[in-house]
Design a protein around this ligand. Structure first.
Ligand SMILES: NC(=O)C1=CN([C@@H]2O[C@H](COP(=O)(O)OP(=O)(O)OC[C@H]3O[C@@H](n4cnc5c(N)ncnc54)[C@H](O)[C@@H]3O)[C@@H](O)[C@H]2O)C=CC1
Ligand SMILES: O=C(O)C(=O)COP(=O)(O)O
Length: 391
């Protein structure tokens, strides 16, 4: 029986992927094997030694102490692309809301008084304050052409906008999805200086903290719109408010409200709603639950943010050892020597590395005693070892 702790509400469609006869899933559970999470902050949590994997039912993993977990040999999974359409749709909505001054006009309507005739007069007189602009011919700059950025860029092209993209580490997979009409910006500054709309779709990293700052806002054409559906700290909120107040920016559209932003007439803020559609919640939960299950039951790794991709078929009758170790020379040598000493024949072996970490799957012909696991665990550089008994 595997135990899975949930730290947020996870779609029932995802939880159903973990069959009751093999999985106990609860928000309060002792010694969990794995954790399922959305945006709960795990940085200050005491994550028990029993945890072998974390599944993030979503994209961003900045709420998870990934580096510390890697050192313990714990895998972290996410659900790449599973909520990207939901975010794209909200970004598009944000562009329309800003361009047509819709929030301000709704506010105006809410405050109308008098009978219908008086209201009609006020409407026809008041509407001139909300004259907007149209999107065709305007320029959008997309920073980060990953699952979301590519969809936003393609959709904006369809709307008749000129689109620039910037992403120095774009994957081949995403490059295949990107409409060839999207132009390449040479740098963030190049993109910013060309774009009336800028939408950020990068993870929160040291390199992306404050990516949109006072200097960059000065490079932007007047009356621009910044859209931030990525993470709060990617945009310098103080600089944005100063620019809005000084008549630089037209609007700041974001998914991360704060006291400073709340009530500002040119801020359109939603309560972290990017991934909050039934479809996205189901997609993320199903994807990450499947990945967790495959890891717990077979040791295979798909879509991890810290482990290398590693998938090997497990044949009936074979016992599997899953070893996480530092990516240093002679680890596989030491592991196979340990097995040979015990007369355990290797049927199949897969060794993959990613950065400082390596992951080895070894299938052996016969069962494998606990002391073998302990001996491998004792090899310097081994971070965690797991034995999956033969079926
Ligand atoms: N508001 C919400 O509810 C949601 C927010 N997000 C946020 O959006 C972010 C992006 O999500 P996805 O597109 O699914 O992730 P992704 O991993 O598919 O794409 C991120 C892209 O950013 C690029 N990148 C990284 N550093 C960069 C830099 N310094 N300059 C330019 N590009 C850079 C990467 O190469 C990658 O292509 C997530 O990390 C998360 O923080 C994601 C989903 C929902
Ligand atoms: O997937 C992401 O990165 C998100 O920000 C979505 O967060 P959520 O799962 O809605 O709490």
């Amino acid at each position: 029986m595997f135990k899975v702790q949930t730290l947020n509400n996870i779609s029932v469609h995802g939880l159903e992927r973990l069959p009751r006869e093999r999985y106990e899933v609860a928000s309060e559970i002792s010694s969990p094997d794995a954790v399922l999470v959305r945006s709960a902050d795990m940085h200050k949590l005491d994550i028990p030694a029993s945890v072998k994997a974390i599944g993030r039912a979503g994209a961003g993993t900045n709420n998870i102490p990934v580096a510390a977990l890697s050192k313990r040999g714990v895998a972290v999974f996410n659900a790449p692309g599973a909520n990207s359409n939901a975010v794209k749709e909200l970004v598009l909505a944000g562009m329309f809301l800003a361009a047509r001054n819709i929030p301000q006009s709704l506010d105006f309507v809410k405050k109308l008084e008098g009978d219908d005739k008086a209201m009609h007069v006020a409407v026809e007189d008041g509407k001139k304050k909300f004259v907007g602009f149209e999107l065709p011919g305007r320029t959008l700059g997309v920073i980060g052409l990953g699952a979301i950025g590519v969809k936003v860029a393609n959709a904006a092209l369809e709307l008749g906008m000129t689109v620039y993209g910037y992403d120095p580490a774009m994957t081949v997979q995403n490059a295949w999805q990107l409409n060839s009409g999207v132009r390449q910006a040479l740098s963030v500054d190049d993109l910013v200086s060309k774009s009336q709309f800028i939408s950020v779709h990068v993870p929160l990293l040291d390199a992306t903290r404050g990516l949109i700052n006072a200097e960059r806002l000065k490079l932007m054409p007047k009356k621009g719109v910044i859209l931030n559906f990525a993470r709060e700290a990617i945009v310098d909120e103080k600089a944005v408010i100063e620019s809005l107040d000084a008549g630089g920016l037209h609007a700041y559209v974001c998914d991360f409200p704060s006291n400073a932003l709340k009530g500002h007439p040119r801020v359109i803020a939603t309560p972290h709603l990017g991934a909050s559609t039934g479809e996205a919640e189901d997609n993320c939960a199903v994807m990450v639950a499947d990945q967790l299950r495959e890891f717990l039951e077979l040791g295979n790794v798909r879509n991890s943010v810290n482990f290398p991709e590693a998938v090997m078929a497990l044949l009936p009758g074979k016992t599997r050892l899953c070893i996480v170790n530092e990516n240093v020379p002679n680890m596989v040598g030491q592991i196979s020597t340990t097995l040979a000493k015990r007369n355990l024949n290797i049927a199949d072996l897969l060794n993959k590395s990613r950065g400082d970490l390596a992951y080895t799957i070894v299938d052996v012909d016969s069962g494998c005693a606990q002391d073998v696991v302990e001996e491998i665990q004792a090899i310097q550089g081994v971070l965690s070892v797991r034995c999956i008994p033969a079926r």
